[in-house]
Design a protein around this ligand. Structure first.
Ligand SMILES: Cc1cc2nc3c(=O)[nH]c(=O)nc-3n(C[C@H](O)[C@H](O)[C@H](O)COP(=O)(O)OP(=O)(O)OC[C@H]3O[C@@H](n4cnc5c(N)ncnc54)[C@H](O)[C@@H]3O)c2cc1C
Length: 390
């Protein structure tokens, strides 16, 4: 009888040694966009000799609808994927936990509950956290990433009571502006402040789109304070270095995204991420892959947007198959200009691609369509097992 054993050399794929089948243990850590793609196609990996493990929390929350769900415009579970059910329906060994440490020489991952998971190949898709360099923020300040940081936003606004909550958002980039626009449409939000250290908000937007955004926020009563540098963000107030003082019921930190600090503890990277080559493999370790926001793509800097994680899915999957079966190893070739669509609440959106932009109800309809299609892919795979996933 053939007995599966772990691969002696990582990446060897399966091979017959007499009557013994060598199995390569592939450990996927984090159920981000890229890994969801790979998990859904795990049967092909199993056929190529992989035993696929996924170490991740039970649920994945999709950032495309995060502002809308956090602000209460869409139901809280509108972007939720049941990762355990997806893994179960794909034949993947699911470890409901998070990665705490790693022994890269022994090739063992240790989880937050102390479980040890040996691997031959490791892939990291851990997302990102808010960058708060040079800024102290009170623990009650809500962080926009990881998205779990937004879970309390709706309740905190409701708790403020009459005459409505005052919200300060520090950071005038895409996520800060999206949240400001959404919150300004709520009847229980009395005032929204956006505090931005740069001279303008939406610095990455084309000039026309930036002006359109400014008019929208002004029309909704959002107060924008550009050129204000914050060093200390307290639970109930903030003082900028130009002397501007604001008080608030709720503060949100949206000062850009960096890779999780865990990577430094693991010795695998820094706040830019795990350094990877075009093949998505660690610069010095062929058996370690990193994808999405937690990767530092060495061929060129990439913005931390979901589209890269989505597009890296097929590359990682093909790469793993090529590793097992032989063949050309693919490289990730990012688009020069990716389409991004901000959901600005009240039925309107702003689509941007390079210098092209489009504001109105059309962009939001397009965004909802794209988001629905993507979410449906991962939800329909699990529907058959929804009964036993609860
Ligand atoms: C408010 C907001 C709105 C956004 N809207 C958009 C948008 O509309 N379009 C867009 O392209 N980008 C958007 N972004 C950016 C987007 O969130 C990221 O670029 C994208 O989520 C990155 O995808 P990822 O697959 O790398 O990681 P993620 O989607 O963050 O997934 C990482 C997963 O890893 C898990 N994880 C983390 N740590 C561990 C651990 N130690 N062990 C195991 N698992 C772990 C997490 O639970 C998570 O499920 C938005 C960001 C924010 C903050």
């Amino acid at each position: 009888m053939a007995v599966p054993r772990r691969g002696a050399s990582a990446g060897a794929g399966h091979e017959w040694c007499g009557s013994r089948l060598t199995v390569t243990d592939l450990l996927l850590v984090g159920a981000g966009h890229t890994h969801l793609y790979v998990v859904r196609r795990a049967a092909q990996l199993a056929a190529a000799g992989y035993r696929v493990h996924l170490l991740a929390p039970r649920f994945f929350d999709y950032s495309g609808v995060a502002s809308a769900t956090a602000a209460g415009s869409l139901p809280g579970d509108a972007g939720r994927i049941d990762v355990r059910a997806l893994a179960g329906s794909s034949g993947v060994h699911f470890h409901e936990d998070t990665l705490a440490s790693l022994d890269p020489d022994q090739r063992v991952a240790v989880t937050s509950t102390g479980a040890r998971i040996p691997y031959d190949l490791l892939s990291l898709n851990l997302g990102s956290v808010v960058a708060a360099v040079g800024l102290r923020a009170h623990e009650r300040v809500l962080r926009v990433k990881p998205l779990s940081g937004l879970a309390d936003l709706d309740a905190r606004i409701r708790a403020a009571g009459r005459p409505g909550a005052t919200v300060t958002i520090v950071g005038g980039g895409a996520s800060g502006l999206e949240l400001a626009a959404h919150l300004s449409t709520r009847s229980d939000v009395a005032r929204v402040h956006v505090v931005e250290s740069g001279s303008v908000i939406g610095a990455d937007l084309p000039a026309g789109a930036r002006r359109r955004m400014g008019r929208l926020l002004a029309a909704r009563g959002v107060l924008v304070h550009a050129g204000c540098v914050v060093h200390d963000l307290a639970e109930r107030h903030v003082v900028c270095d130009d002397g501007l003082a604001l008080s608030h019921d709720v503060a949100l930190l949206a000062t850009g995204l960096v890779a999780p600090p865990l990577l430094v503890e693991l010795g695998l990277g820094d706040e830019r991420g795990v350094p990877v080559r075009g093949t998505l493999q660690h610069v010095d370790r062929d058996e370690i892959y990193a994808v999405g926001d937690c990767a530092h793509f060495l061929p060129r800097p990439l913005p931390r947007i979901g589209v890269h994680g989505v597009r890296q899915g097929p590359v990682l999957h093909r790469s793993l198959l090529a590793r097992a079966r032989g063949g050309e190893v693919p490289v990730y070739e990012p688009q020069d200009r990716a389409l991004s669509i901000l959901d600005l609440g009240d039925g309107v959106g702003l689509a941007v691609r390079g210098r092209w932009w489009w504001f109105g109800t059309g962009p939001l309809r397009l965004k909802r369509y794209i988001d629905r299609q993507w979410l449906r892919t991962y939800r329909s795979s699990t529907r058959a097992r929804a009964g036993d996933a609860s």
